[in-house]
Design a protein around this ligand. Structure first.
Ligand code: FES
Length: 84
């Protein structure tokens, strides 16, 4: 992490639909990614209960942008793009 202490915000939808569609694994991918990488911001992860877009899940919001149909490989690309 660098010194200017920029904040990055990740919100993982933990509603039952998104959770069972893959956010249970995506949450682990995110935590693992943060542990293993030198990021340009301090990351705040939180969960929410539903984004009202269950049929597009799993949904993950990063810095206020909502990503849908998030699979682990896609998630790694998004994290590389947004947090590094
Ligand atoms: S459970 Fe995630 S959008 Fe509804």
């Amino acid at each position: 992490m660098n010194e200017d202490n920029k904040q990055c915000r990740i919100v993982v939808c933990m509603g039952s639909s998104c959770f069972s569609r893959g956010n249970n694994k995506n949450l682990e991918v995110i935590k693992d990614y943060i542990r293993k990488n030198n990021l340009n911001c301090s990351v705040n992860i939180s969960g929410n209960l539903c984004e009202d877009k269950c049929n597009k899940g799993p949904n993950v919001k990063i810095n206020e942008r909502l990503y849908s149909d998030v699979e682990p490989n896609m998630l790694l690309e998004i994290l590389n793009h947004t947090l590094k």
